[in-house]
Every structure is written in C-alpha cells, then in structure tokens.
Design a protein around this ligand. Structure first.
Ligand SMILES: C[S@@+](CC[C@H](N)C(=O)[O-])C[C@H]1O[C@@H](n2cnc3c(N)ncnc32)[C@H](O)[C@@H]1O
Length: 269
C-alpha cells in the first residue's frame, strides 16, 4: 500500500473530526494509513483520494462509522471502573429514600453493551420493581449497537460480574464450543438502544436526566469538543443530576459548569 500523503491524511483528519468529533493525532499517520487501507480493500478501492470522495459523499453517516470501527477502539467490559457503580447504587438508594420513583439514565458511549447492562443490573438491584426506570444507551457505531442489542457474551467477558448477579441476570446457552451467556429480559426491558453522535448538537434527547455516563470516549475529543459535549450534557441533567466520566478523563482545565464530587464524578449544582 502506498503511503498516505500528508495532504490526504490532513483531509481525513478534518473529515473524521467534522463527522465524529474524534481528533486523530498527527503522529497516527502510519496506523491510520494501514487501517484505512483495510477498509478500502473491502470496498475494492485502491487510492485514498477516491476513498475520501466516498466518505464526503456519504450523507447517511454509515461510512464514517465503518471508518471509526477500523481506526478507533470499542474496548469495554462489565463493571469497568467498578467504583462508579457503587456511586450509582448510592445515588439511586438516596433518591429512592427521598420518595423519587421516576429515573432516567443515559449511557452515552455504550459500545457493545457491557456498560449499560452493568448499569441496568444496579438499577434492578436497588430500585423497587414498581419504579418508572429507563436507561437510554447510545453510541455512534451501529455495529457495536447490534452486539449490544443482542446481549450475548462469551465466557471470558463475564469474569468481573459477581456470581450472584451472573446467575440472576444471564442465561447460559447450551451447545458445544465456547460458553455463551445471554442477557435476560429483565435487564433488556430497562434499556433502549439507539445511535447518537456526541459531536452533533443539540442532542435529540428529552431531559431532565438523573445520571449520564460518558466514559472513555472524551479521550478521543479535543478540549473544544469536550467543552461542547459537557455543556450539552449539563443542559439535559436535572439540578442535582450526576455526570460520570472515565477515570482518565478529568474535566480539569475545561470550560464546564459542573461541580466536582469525587474523581471522575460530577454534579450539576
Ligand atoms: C473505548 S469505548 C468505551 C465504552 C464504554 N463507555 C466504557 O467505558 O467501557 C468508546 C466508544 O465511544 C464510541 N464513540 C466514539 N466517538 C463517538 C461519538 N462521536 N459519539 C458517540 N459515540 C462515540 C465508540 O464507538 C466506542 O464504542
């Protein structure tokens, strides 16, 4: 594969930024070249210029999703950064104790579903059966959303789930080969999955929300995009609503109206 000229790499960076908010580092040229080459081979294309034209012409947003799938990571797991789920459980308990019975949560970079299903387990464990509780789980990638909707995971993915929750919320699928676990309806019923691009404002979502999870996605954004994401999330939260970000994503230095509660946990005052 011929190397990507700088001019073309710059155009690609610009396009990826416009369409997804993701900032590709200037030093990523080699990695991106090889990954984009993979995508081009699939499409039967052999020059970068035509690929860029194809990307610009695509109004559906599908090609940028395909591109992001080859250049970015969807890595996630159940109970990732587990402390956040203790924070969530405490909050839901506290609000329930105050008589709240309607709960609206949003998981904004849901990837293949491990994060929203973890949130849903906590909701089921803490909230009364009669509570009016809903979780919206969104991502830019339609591919990961399909996996999330299916809710079927291999044995190796289940290690972080406490045994008692695993038994309660998943069915083991029979058959030979790798063991598979399927999410039970009781969790699925809480969640609506949908595509949402965090770099397109304002978000087509109705507030007020109680909690937003926005973890391990802002690392790909620059500070300007992060500030805009935060402002839009701030608008959607109720006063006293919480924003939970990834441990590596402190908001220090960003323009934001949130108050810091504990590492990576913020509240709308
Ligand atoms: C590394 S995963 C993090 C998944 C999960 N939040 C976690 O912490 O385990 C990042 C996810 O962000 C999604 N993503 C990237 N850019 C996005 C955007 N502009 N809007 C919405 N989701 C985006 C990716 O498709 C991917 O699934």
């Amino acid at each position: 594969m011929v190397s990507m000229e700088k001019r073309i790499f710059d155009k690609l960076r610009k396009l990826v930024y416009q369409k997804s908010g993701i900032s590709l580092g200037v030093h990523k040229e080699a990695l991106v070249t090889s990954r984009v080459g993979k995508r081009m081979r699939k499409l039967g294309m052999d020059d970068f210029e035509s690929y860029l034209e194809h990307l610009v012409a695509d109004q559906s947003g599908q090609e940028v999703v395909q591109l992001l799938d080859v250049i970015s990571t969807n890595v996630t797991h159940f109970f990732r950064e587990a402390r956040h789920f203790d924070v969530l459980a405490d909050l839901l308990r506290h609000w329930s104790g105050q008589g709240q019975s309607r709960f609206r949560l949003w998981c904004s970079a849901a990837s293949s579903g491990e994060e929203p299903y973890t949130i849903a387990m906590i909701m089921r464990e803490v909230l009364d059966n009669g509570a009016d509780a809903k979780l919206l789980a969104t991502d830019i990638s339609t591919r990961v959303l399909e996996e999330a909707r299916a809710g079927v995971y291999e044995d190796g993915h289940m290690e972080k789930i406490p045994q008692q929750l695993l038994k309660k919320y998943f069915n083991k699928r029979g058959g030979t080969g790798k063991g598979l676990w399927e999410v039970r309806q009781t969790l699925k019923q809480l969640i609506t999955f949908g595509r949402l691009n965090l770099s397109v404002f304002p978000y087509a979502l109705k507030g007020p929300l109680d909690v937003i999870f926005c973890r391990n996605v802002m690392i790909y954004f620059d500070n300007d995009m992060r500030s805009r994401v935060l402002a839009n999330m701030h608008k959607l939260l109720k006063p006293g609503g919480y924003l939970i970000v990834g441990h590596a994503e402190s908001l220090t230095g960003l323009v934001s109206e949130f108050e810091h509660v504990s590492p990576s946990v913020y509240v709308k005052a």
